[in-house]
Design a protein around this ligand. Sequence first.
Ligand code: MN
Length: 304
Amino acid sequence: MSNLEQDPNEIRCGAESGGETEVLAGRAVPLGGPRGMSVSRTLPNAHRRMIGAWCFVDAYGPEVAVMRVPPHPHTGLQTVSWLLAGEVLHRDSVGSLQEVRPGQLNLMTAGHGISHSEESPETLLHGVQLWVALPGADRRTAPGFEHHASLPVRSGPGFDATVIMGSLGGVTSPATTYSPLVGAELAVEGSAEVPLDPAFEHGVLLLDGEVDPLEAGPLLYLPPGRDLLRLSGRGRVLLIGGEPFGEEIVMWWNFVGRGHDEIVAFRKEWMEGEGFGAVEGFDGGPLPAPILPGTRLRPRGRVR
Ligand code: MN
């Protein structure tokens, strides 16, 4: 057993009893392809793996680029596609063909297995790609897709919040969720006081403009126990949060599972063309899965 993995419980208690915020630095990840994009990945982070059920946060742009993500599989999660600029075309194996534009939500529930592709023309792209882990009771649900062309807004002092997922200040998104959570885009103007659910932990990411106390790039983590988020300035901010996720999960490539053998089986099914349906109409072949690591994948909790 390595030192890092010696006693995750001790780290978990320390982080919560202190009640301190954390700055989670992003790392640049190239998505590949000609004129392809680089994304800033702030979840999972080396130390903090999840915020509520949110387990993956990629932010990209604004930059002129082409998005071209060939058909690939997912299990055990929801993908949340949210744009500030540009347009992305989604195709999936349950027959969906749906463009998403700024202010709209494309939500894909992988359940026991789905595959999809994403593509854009060469255009100014700015957005986030988020994953929500499904709880054990729902992770094998039927795959599905939802497009929400308009979402409710919760306004308050110094802000207008578009509620993308879950609830904020009594306003609830129509999108399907499987655990108590929030995902919102906050338009901040002046001194904002945003209501938070104190049962939730939260993450706050600056999307554009200048908003104190945020800096461009990293995700600010707020532990449970806060009922207010104070921001000031002018700009747009992503707010995610949820009840701390109690289950340990394995995240590998595009799969969320619960153990090594399950991930191996997901990979085998994908490579053999089983279990994930087919994406119609994408100009190109599916993405092959990477090679598995030489060691067994281990389930991890929300902090490492
Ligand atoms: Mn995907």
